[in-house]
Design a binder for this molecule. Structure first.
Ligand code: FE2
Length: 192
């Protein structure tokens, strides 16, 4: 049995909250989403990224879900890719203000704090800030290379930004807009 089959079986066993008829599709999407996540992160060529990818693989990010939207096994991963697709589309329509690297970093890692890992101290009250801590821990130069992307990730939690901040930081504004749009597409009780 190869690693992909093992992972698929592992996901299927835990998808008890997803209606049985939808499980094969949801598992296939989860595997595809993991490929998109890891290849996107690798494309950033950041020192330490392989260690972060390894840690994400060890965490339960592939299974994680939010209680407010995408509230099913692997929902957070689904949402992550949804935000990535929406940010890319909106950026193109708006004249490509942001680099693809910024969009990849912001969208693919903004909710990494939703995963559990023995080395990660996760507090739901620090949503976003904890994602930033995790990213900085593995890729120390990320703050110098992508200051606005890290600012957006660390301030996207509802308690950590205000109107003025959003106006002054367009990448944060785009993340919030696409995060909301994607969350609204999958309210509690709905599956993709
Ligand atoms: Fe999000």
């Amino acid at each position: 049995m190869n690693d992909k089959t093992k992972l698929a079986n592992y996901l299927v066993e835990r998808m008890t909250d997803v209606p049985e008829s939808l499980r094969p599709k949801t598992v296939a999407r989860a595997l595809e989403n993991l490929d998109t996540l890891f290849s996107g992160l690798r494309s950033l060529n950041l020192n330490g990224m392989e260690d972060l990818i390894k840690a994400i693989g060890e965490s339960d990010f592939a299974l994680a879900n939010s209680v407010k939207h995408h509230a099913y096994t692997s929902g957070t991963l689904e949402h992550t890719i949804g935000v990535y697709e929406k940010m890319t589309k909106e950026n193109t329509m708006g004249g490509s203000i942001f680099s693809s690297s910024e969009l990849i970093l912001v969208s693919l890692l903004h909710d990494i704090c939703m995963a559990s890992h023995p080395d990660w101290d996760i507090s739901p009250d620090l949503h976003g800030v904890k994602s930033g801590d995790i990213i900085r821990r593995y890729t120390p130069e990320v703050g110098d290379l992508y200051p606005e992307a890290m600012f957006a990730i660390e301030h996207h939690g509802s308690k950590f930004h205000n109107e003025k901040m959003v106006l002054e930081h367009p990448l944060l504004s785009l993340l919030l807009q696409c995060d909301r749009m994607d969350a609204d597409e999958c309210p509690v009780g709905q599956y993709i």
